[in-house]
Design a protein around this ligand. Structure first.
Ligand code: THU
Length: 139
């Protein structure tokens, strides 16, 4: 699947706008995500922190869980925007891998500049996927 420059920038902008709604009073590290499914639907997510720190939820997982809860499980691309173009955490990589190793991952910084384009497969080599449990789902 190929994305045009304009499509990439639109997803980055969507994630960056969502990022303004991040609830990150403890880390001051707002994260925004925008997920596009095979059917073309768009889901955004932001990190939602908590005074009990471990209860925090990452932006990527919010977007993915929103999509799955709406019946969407096939993803084309997820775009993640942070101040410094930070890479997704291990937990989020694992959750992304559940729904397909070929999902494109686009990272951008707070100015909206694309800093990296990769795939879940590249971000999580030798991953533990549903087929390891004998399940034929997305991978
Ligand atoms: N965070 C995300 O939202 N996604 C990631 O992949 C890495 C970390 C959030 C969690 C926390 O609210 C803040 O960034 C600092 O770790």
């Amino acid at each position: 699947m190929t994305l045009t420059k304009q499509e990439k920038q639109a997803l980055i902008d969507l994630a960056n706008t969502a990022r303004q709604r991040a609830y990150a009073p403890y880390s001051n590290y707002p994260v925004g995500a925008a997920l596009r499914t095979r059917t073309g639907r768009l889901y955004t997510g932001v990190n939602v922190e908590n005074a009990a720190y471990p209860q925090t939820m990452c932006a990527e997982r919010v977007a993915i869980f929103k999509a799955v809860s709406e019946g969407e499980m096939e993803f084309e691309v997820i775009t993640i925007v942070t101040d410094n173009g930070g890479s997704p955490c291990g937990g989020c990589r694992q959750v992304m891998a559940e729904f397909g190793l070929d999902t494109i991952v686009i990272l951008a910084d707070g100015s909206g500049k694309l800093t990296k384009e990769t795939t879940v497969r590249e971000l999580l080599p030798d991953s533990f996927t549903p087929d390891r449990l004998g399940k034929q789902v997305n991978n």
